[in-house]
Design a protein around this ligand. Sequence first.
Ligand code: SF4
Length: 415
Amino acid sequence: MRELMASIEMAEAFSEVEVLDEEYSRLLGYPREVVLEGRARELADWARAWYVEHGRPWMYARQAASFAISGKAICIDETQFTSSRLQTTLEQAGAHSVILVAVGAGAEAEEEARRRWADEKPDEYFFLEMYASAVVERLTTMAGARLCDWAERRGMAVLPHYSPGYSEWDIAEQPRLLELLKRTRDEQFPSPVEIFETGMLRPKKTLLAVFGLTAHTDRLTRLTSLIPCERCSYGPCQYRRAPFRRSPRPAGEVITARPLSLNLNASYSVNRKALERWAKERLTLHMNDDGTVDAEFRYDGTTCTNMGRPLTFLYNVKLGPGTEGYPIRMQQCVPASGDEGHKLMCKYIEDENALMGAIGSEKPLAGEKLDAVLAWPRPPSVAGCYCDSTSREHKWGLVFETIHYSLVQKERELE
Ligand code: SF4
């Protein structure tokens, strides 16, 4: 760790990260009071041992050289960002600076998880993916704790971190944040990170964040939303201002339960803003008393010929309960009642029965847990019609990702 004129920069690669059982269990989707046992215990231990041997976790942090808020723009090292939520926190706390942070679980676990999926070992895929997510959470906590320690010794305090993709911060700004983070000062950026146009990071088990820094520590005692302690599981902290909100599991209690199997930190092929809009505008979810879920998604597209005539299809999906990982039990895609546009698709005109037969009979991911869509390799397609199988698969992917996104929001609310 180096300091330049009371400014911090740190970079570190770790040989080990201590992931708490409780955190890992929560990410796996188990209720808080559950102690893993049986096959779940075996898989969790395997994933932990695999990661300890092969994982390459790391963190990097650098205090920005300049910071200002002007109108609705947060200006960090002369790069502008817009996030009303982050801005409010920074303003309320009277932040005078920000610290940019990146943490990552490395590419190794992701690659191994992908291999396990290809080898048709979805349970191993899932447990390893979740372990890597738990590593990222832990690294974020560790980075926060180090920054708190550094700040508190100088009469300052660190504010809750915020990241592109969180509510009120468009993920499209993530490339700019990565670019800033890579402008290191004296340290080397510890691990390669790339970014897609959508804002998705590769390796995906990477988190970029901004932590505000304030000298007005008196304000934090009045406004508890400005302190990160309630969400911070760092046990040995001597500066804690509020108790950690998650209550400990009763000692020794063993309850048999199955994981929810929904990846709460999913990386989607579609950007989150679009998923958020579709979840609001196109998707209807009905949560049944028996835990099953009925979903209806309305797809509005256009034909590829005939001057792009509008068409509408309805997707109906029945999912099993969350405790079983929301398995896809039924799926159907049909033209919306009264839709005439689909009759103008070129393949419909060529052979109506063949096209409608294909649309009706294709059931991708049938029987699989909803998380399967996250690892479903499908070629990109921009066609708005249903004429070829690639464009039909692409639409099923959009439907499942929107449902997944929407259910993750619901589960987060229950956390
Ligand atoms: S408990 Fe609070 S002060 Fe301590 S490391 Fe966590 S966030 Fe920082």
